[in-house]
Design a protein around this ligand. Structure first.
Ligand code: ARG
Length: 462
């Protein structure tokens, strides 16, 4: 260690190089330098307002902290791993610059409340950034659902063709899913946006500090009341990473659909060359790597959640050094989700749907079978009987290499006398979709309502 540790008073020996290497967190927590300095400036201003240090002292400390921020940004001050963590590095530099006065900054404060503060500030910025990226992805999906409003596709259950739906309806399902992710981050932010500063090590402080003043200055909605709680918990990270895990799951499903849809077997979409790659051996290949990676990175995010949950399990109150291990999974989650949302939006803008192929696939299938059964129900048959008769018609068509569109009334009447000429209003996919009545269904009127709803919501969102 090239400098004396700021806590070295009671020690006769300095920390071994091996122990320092093992315990330093600066490699990761240097990302928190802005938060750490903002927190220190708010703290020092409060110390002067509360007459714990003089206004002039506060000014000098604040100016030096601002200068240190510049030094970090320009590379003049290197956050090397000689320092245990970002807090000690900045304080060390402060004392180097302004002498013993720099040592007054830590009055009524501890690294324990300091790190909790930095993390909550970082969470706030990065979660809001994710919310912006979610909104952008929702806008892309909404734009595509307007562009392809009239296009039909087979809806699936069990990855087997089920019923015709509007492509817009399918895309808008994702808009709803991502909206709940947005909302979950809001919930998380509401609880996380409280200041732990002033809890000090765990017990609070004997100095007459004003916790609420610091909280307001830093844009928090209030303080974490109980000082032991303020430095002990990491539930704000857990909530954030679990919301991100659900979000990653949603992204992985959309990514998976793009992977499937871009196969020759489905051929529903063309993903632009800019978001696909070739093979080093097979010249014909166009691989959906980006979608696959979004799908694949989900594992890492879930792993991060398990990491944090397990690290926190059974820790006695209050602060324990184990908690320093929270940074890698937290930062990795925020970075992974940020880049995944970003590339997904861009890739989706450059993905086009193959309207003709989608509709041709629908014509050559039996996705209106439920509509045929519903027709018979309206003619008075119990649904179970109608289901049985329709199943027989499907079987007949398969045996004779036909689809519903090839059937005539005479043939249909051999299955049930309830069939009349109006059955031909119910056999085609577009008729099926248009005849849906229920709220939230795939009928064009209902889907239009969703488009109007989301246009209004997403326009208002910043
Ligand atoms: N680097 C530490 C962490 O991230 C900061 C808090 C250290 N507190 C302490 N008492 N050693 O958890």
């Amino acid at each position: 260690m090239s400098h004396k540790a700021l806590w070295s008073g009671r020690f006769k020996e300095s920390l071994s190089k091996a122990a320092l290497n093992f315990s330093t967190s600066i490699d990761l927590d240097k990302q928190l330098y802005q938060e750490d300095i903002a927190g220190s400036i708010a703290h020092v201003e409060m110390l002067s307002v509360c007459r714990i240090i003089s206004a002039q002292e506060a000014r000098r400390i604040r100016n030096a902290l601002k200068a240190i921020q510049k030094e970090i940004e320009t590379g003049k001050f290197q956050l090397s791993d000689d320092f245990e963590d970002i807090h000690l590095a900045i304080e060390h530099r402060l004392i180097q610059k302004i002498g013993p006065l720099g040592g007054k900054l830590h009055t009524g404060r501890s690294r324990n409340d300091q790190i909790a503060l930095d993390e909550r500030l970082y969470l706030r910025t990065s979660a809001r950034e994710l919310q912006k990226l979610i909104t952008h992805l929702q806008r892309v999906l909404l734009y595509k659902s307007e562009k392809y409003f009239s296009v039909l596709m087979p809806g699936y259950t069990h990855v087997q063709r089920a019923q015709p739906v509007l492509l817009s309806h399918h895309l808008l399902a994702y808009v709803s899913m991502f909206d709940r992710d947005y909302d979950r981050l809001n919930d998380c932010l509401r609880r996380a946006n409280k200041s732990p500063l002033g809890a000090a090590a765990l017990a609070g402080t004997s100095f007459p500090i004003d916790r609420l003043r610091v909280a307001r200055k830093l844009g928090f909605d209030g303080i974490v009341e109980n000082s032991i709680d303020a430095v002990s918990d990491r539930d704000y990270l857990l909530e954030c990473v679990s919301s991100c895990s659900i979000l990653a799951m949603h992204l992985s499903r959309l990514a998976e659909e793009l992977v499937l849809w871009s196969t020759r077997e489905f051929a529903f979409v063309d993903i632009s060359d800019a978001y696909t790659t070739g093979s080093s051996i097979m010249p014909q290949k166009k691989n959906p790597d980006i979608a696959e990676l979004i799908r694949g990175k989900t594992g890492k995010v879930y792993g991060n959640l398990m990491n944090l949950l397990t690290m926190m399990k059974a820790l006695p109150l209050a602060y324990n050094k184990d908690m320093q291990e929270d940074k890698a999974p937290f930062f990795d989650t925020m970075n992974t989700i940020r880049t995944s949302l970003f590339v997904m939006s861009h890739m989706f803008v450059h993905t086009e749907f193959r309207k003709d192929h989608l509709e041709e696939e629908l014509r050559n299938d039996f996705t209106t079978a439920t509509d045929v059964a519903d027709y018979l129900v309206r003619k008075g048959l119990p649904f179970r009987a109608a289901h049985e008769i329709t199943g027989k018609i499907v079987s007949y068509c398969i045996d004779h290499r036909m689809y519903f569109g090839n059937l005539d009334l005479e043939t249909l009447r051999t299955f049930s006398k309830h069939f009349e000429a109006d059955i031909f209003d119910h056999l085609l996919p577009h008729q099926s979709v248009e005849q849906k009545r229920s709220a939230g269904s795939t009928s064009p009127q209902e889907v239009k309502k969703q488009i109007v709803h989301w246009t209004r919501i997403l326009k208002a969102r910043k």
